[in-house]
Design a protein around this ligand. Structure first.
Ligand code: AMP
Ligand code: TRP
Length: 338
């Protein structure tokens, strides 16, 4: 039985709850925008939405404290500037609601090691860099984020699907041991643009942690920077401008064009028939510059007074804290704590 506090209702039917998280690290790029943020915004009226700025996840990699604080504000500013509407969506900072860390501990204690050891993101990272216990436990914290709010749907990029499935497994395990408590969430993966690739290497996902200049277009990049990164994007030595997945460079650029303009693939191919890559890239740069312009100008307005964003984040957390606390209290009671 579900007993959660209902934030929004649509007539007699309850809206489904969507929850997603995003790390306040690195520079938010068009992959994050097209693969995640844009979907959150376009579907916001249909759902009851919670967006979590996951600072506790961010510190699984050592962060400069000053930069982390400013990145949290920047990310919140970008989300609101991109179109997150406070009447339809709640944006908050993970560490502002201590139930996330508390529930993580309880979930840790019923998650078999084998389940966590299977997580491919951790396996890949641990081969490349020195890792800490927090990074290993990252999926349990993500499960807590999701399960604390009786989430129905979790929109994420493909790379996070396994973590959402783990959250489902953990929820089912808890429910089978202690009785029905958690709602079982579903991952939602966008059909196109689930994976925008790096401009410098189209075989690698565009990532916030890559620092090479030509890798990603960031949401706050100036028109000049956007143009030069787009013109420098790696393609191939063929000529035809077609949506061909076997030609990852041009395919990736075409997908970016498609997602910014909303024009069909056939029409895009027709538009560039007989044209060269340079012509296409020039147009693509214009499309991205124009596409980001309204967001960039709203961002400047919103962040003119620094304390404004902070106040929105305090408000976001205070609205949803009661939901998390209610679930946590139920969980503690069932487990026999307190
Ligand atoms: P991250 O940058 O890993 O914090 O991811 C934030 C959100 O953006 C998640 O939903 C990711 O799956 C999504 N995302 C990250 N990078 C990409 C990308 N290159 N293409 C599409 N979606 C992405
Ligand atoms: N791990 C996710 C990522 O890196 C971010 C995240 C944290 C998240 N908690 C979440 C996403 C809860 C969805 C739901 O992209």
């Amino acid at each position: 039985m579900q007993t959660g506090i209902v934030l929004e209702t649509k007539g007699a039917t309850m809206k489904k709850r969507v929850l997603s998280g995003i790390q306040p690290t690195g520079n938010i790029h068009i992959g994050n925008y097209l693969g995640a943020i844009k979907h959150w915004i376009t579907s916001q009226a249909e759902f009851d939405n919670i967006f979590c700025i996951v600072d506790l996840h961010a510190i699984t990699v050592t962060q400069n404290p000053k930069i982390l604080k400013s990145k949290i504000r920047e990310l919140a500013g970008l989300l609101f500037a991109a179109g997150i509407d406070r009447k339809l969506s709640h944006v908050f900072v993970q560490s502002h609601i201590s139930a996330h860390a508390e529930l993580t501990w309880i979930l840790n204690c019923l998650t078999p090691m084998g389940w966590m050891q299977r997580m491919t993101q951790f396996k890949e990272k641990s081969q490349k860099e020195q890792v800490n216990v927090g990074l290993f436990d990252y999926p349990a914290l993500m499960a807590a984020d999701i399960l604390l709010y009786e989430t129905d749907l979790v929109p994420v990029g493909e790379d996070q699907k396994q973590h959402v499935e783990l959250a489902r497994d953990i929820a089912q395990r808890f429910n089978s041991i202690y009785g029905e408590t958690f709602k079982i969430p579903e991952p939602v993966i966008p059909e196109t643009g689930a994976r925008i690739m790096g401009l410098d290497d189209p075989t690698k996902k565009m990532s916030k942690s890559e620092t090479q200049q030509g890798h990603a277009i960031h949401l706050l990049d100036s028109p000049d920077v956007i143009r030069s990164k787009t013109m420098g994007a790696v393609t191939d030595s063929l000529r035809e401008i077609r949506f061909d997945e076997n030609r990852p460079g041009i395919y990736n650029l075409l997908v970016i064009y498609e997602l910014f303009t909303g024009i069909s693939r056939a029409e895009i191919e027709a538009r560039f028939e007989g044209k060269g890559y340079a012509d296409f890239k020039k147009d693509l740069a214009d499309v991205i510059i124009e596409g980001l312009k309204p967001l960039q100008s709203r961002y400047r307005d919103l962040t003119a007074d620094e304390s404004y964003i902070d106040s929105l984040l305090v408000e976001g957390a205070s609205k949803i804290r009661p939901i998390a606390e209610k679930i946590l209290t139920t969980v503690k009671d069932k487990v026999g704590l307190g």
